[in-house]
Design a protein. Structure first.
Length: 471
C-alpha cells in the first residue's frame, strides 16, 4: 500500500516542511525509520529537500553493527550523506544516574541535534507512528499523568517532526514490503521486561480484542483532542501567570488572593509555570498539590520542593525561592553558533535556532517576542558562538549611547540574580551581540539598508521530555 498521500497530507496539515528545508532523518534501521526515509526521498524533488541520514550506535546489542552497516548502505542507495556515532549508553546511564532507556534517549537527541547543527538543518524527522502514540498515552495514564502528559507525542516540537504519527505499525510494515525495503527488527522490542513492551504486546491487544478493535485510533484521536485543549488552557494559565507574577532580586512571587480565586485547573498550571521558570523542569502533581495547600497556611511557613526550590507563604503572596547558586550552578559553556541550524545548550535546557532571512520577513523587529532577535548579518564579524556570561563582560545595548558592564545592564533591567547565568550570550569576534531573551547590541541592529537578517530564536528543550516510541 502506498503511504505517500497520507504522508503528504500530514506534512501539509502540520506545516512540517517548507521548500528548500534541510532535514536530518533519524534512521535506526527499523521499519518506521526506513519507511520514513523512503517517503522523504520520494518527496525530496517536489519540496527541494536536502536530506541527511543519521544513525546512533548505542553499543547495547549484538545486532548493532549489522544495523549500522544496513543504514549506511541505505543512505548510499539514496545518494545521501551518512552520519554515524558510537556511544556507551551504559556508562552514560551510570554517570548521569539515568535508566538505560533515558540515557539512550538523551544521547540520541544530542546526536541528532549535533548533526543538525553540523549541516545547518532546521528539521529533524523521526519515525514515531500511531501505535507508538497509543502506547505512550497508556504509559502516561498508568503513571498518573495529568492533561499535559496525555497529549502524547507531539507531531511538531521545535525542530523535530513526526510525519507518520497517524499511520499504524502494520501499514508501515506493509509499505516496506510493497517498496521492497528490508528493515531490521529489534528483538528487544519483544521482551516483556519493559513496561512499554507489555503495553504493546499484552494490554493493547487485550483492549482491541475485548473492548474496541479500533482502540489505537481512539487513543490517537484522544491525544489530538487533549493536545488542542491543553494548548488553550496553557495560554489562559500564562495570561493569569503574567498578571499574578512579581519578580524580586531573590525569587518570584504570586499574588495570593487572585491565585486562590482562579479555577483549580488554572491555579495548578500557574504553580507549575512558576516552578518551571526557576529551574526549567516540570513539577510533579503531588508537589503541585502540596503548594496549593500552602495557599491556606499561616504566613511565614516554608515548603521544600524538588531541586532545592523553596516556597514561602507570606501575608499576601506566595514566594518561590530558587536554589542557591552552590546547589545548582550553571557550568561555563561555549558552542559555535550554527548558521543556519540549531545549537543545543544542555546546560540551560535550550535550543537556539538560527536562520538567514530577508529583514522585512518578520516585520518590525521591535515587535518580536523576547525569545527572538533579528540582527544585521553583514554587521557581524565571524566566528559566532553562544556562551554563558563571564566576569567583566561588556555590552552595548540597543538604545544605549555607549557600552556598559553586562552586570550593570542586567541589574538595571531588573533581571534577578538567579536568572543571570541562565541567559545565553551570542557573540561575534567583536563582542556580545544578543543577551538572549533581553536585548540585542546596537552595533548589529537592523537598519533600512540591511540586506540580510540573522533571525535567532530560543525555545526550551529537554531530551527526557521529548517523547519516545518505536523505531
Amino acid at each position: 500500500m502506498d503511504l505517500l498521500p497520507v504522508f503528504k497530507a500530514a506534512v501539509e496539515e502540520w506545516h512540517m516542511l517548507l521548500p528548500g528545508d534541510k532535514v536530518v532523518v533519524g534512521v535506526s534501521g527499523g521499519p518506521d525509520s526506513v519507511a520514513l526515509l523512503d517517503l522523504l526521498c520520494r518527496l525530496r524533488e517536489e519540496k527541494r529537500l536536502s536530506l541527511y541520514v543519521a544513525h546512533l550506535h548505542h553499543g547495547l546489542r549484538a545486532e548493532a553493527e549489522a544495523e549500522a552497516a544496513m543504514v549506511s548502505e541505505l543512505a548510499q542507495k539514496y545518494g545521501l550523506p551518512f552520519f554515524l556515532d558510537r556511544v556507551d549508553v551504559k556508562e552514560h546511564a551510570r554517570q548521569s544516574k539515568l535508566s538505560i532507556e533515558a540515557a539512550a534517549r538523551e544521547l540520541r537527541y544530542r546526536f541528532l541535534l549535533g548533526v543538525a547543527g553540523e549541516v545547518g538543518a532546521n528539521r529533524i524527522a523521526l519515525g514515531h507512528q500511531a501505535d507508538d502514540q497509543a502506547e505512550t498515552l497508556l504509559l502516561h495514564l498508568l503513571r498518573g499523568a495529568g492533561l499535559s502528559g496525555l497529549k502524547g507525542i507531539l507531531p511538531v516540537r521545535g525542530p523535530f517532526i513526526r510525519p507518520l504519527l497517524r499511520v499504524r505499525r502494520a501499514e508501515i510494515e506493509a509499505y516496506c514490503r510493497w517498496r521492497g525495503l528490508k528493515p531490521c527488527y529489534d528483538l528487544s522490542n519483544w521482551s516483556l521486561e519493559y513496561t512499554r513492551n507489555r503495553i504493546r504486546h499484552q494490554l493493547l491487544p487485550l483492549l482491541a480484542r475485548e473492548y474496541n478493535p479500533s482502540i489505537v485510533e481512539v487513543l490517537c484521536r484522544l491525544a489530538e483532542i487533549i493536545r488542542e485543549e491543553d494548548e488553550f488552557l496553557e495560554r489562559e494559565a500564562r495570561r493569569a501567570y503574567q498578571e499574578l507574577r512579581r519578580e524580586g532580586e531573590e525569587g518570584l512571587s504570586l499574588a495570593l488572593e487572585p491565585l486562590k480565586a482562579l479555577p483549580l485547573a488554572l491555579a495548578r498550571r500557574v504553580v507549575r509555570l512558576a516552578y518551571r521558570e526557576l529551574v526549567g523542569t516540570e513539577l510533579p502533581f503531588e508537589h503541585v498539590e502540596a503548594v496549593r495547600q500552602w495557599f491556606y497556611r499561616p504566613a511565614g511557613k516554608e515548603l521544600s520542593l524538588p531541586k532545592n526550590v523553596r516556597v514561602v507563604r507570606e501575608y499576601d503572596s506566595l514566594v518561590f525561592l530558587p536554589p542557591q547558586a552552590e546547589f545548582s550552578p550553571v557550568p561555563f559553556y561555549a558552542y559555535p553558533l550554527r548558521v543556519p541550524g540549531i545549537t543545543y545548550l544542555p546546560e540551560v535546557g535550550l535550543l537556539l535556532e538560527a536562520r538567514l532571512i530577508a529583514p522585512w520577513e518578520l516585520g518590525d523587529p521591535r515587535r518580536l517576542p523576547s525569545t527572538e532577535a533579528l540582527l544585521d548579518w553583514e554587521a557581524l564579524v565571524p566566528p559566532l558562538r553562544v556562551r554563558r556570561r563571564l566576569p567583566g563582560d561588556r555590552f552595548h545595548p540597543f538604545g544605549y549611547p555607549a557600552p556598559v558592564k553586562l552586570k550593570s545592564f542586567l541589574i538595571n533591567q531588573k533581571i534577578p540574580r538567579y536568572k543571570r547565568d541562565r541567559l545565553p550570550l551570542v557573540e561575534d569576534a567583536e563582542g556580545i551581540v544578543w543577551v538572549g531573551g533581553v536585548r540585542i547590541s546596537a552595533r548589529v541592529a537592523v537598519k533600512p539598508e540591511t540586506r540580510v537578517g540573522l533571525h535567532l530564536r530560543l525555545y526550551p528543550f529537554s531530551a527526557q521530555e521529548n517523547d519516545t516510541g518505536g523505531r
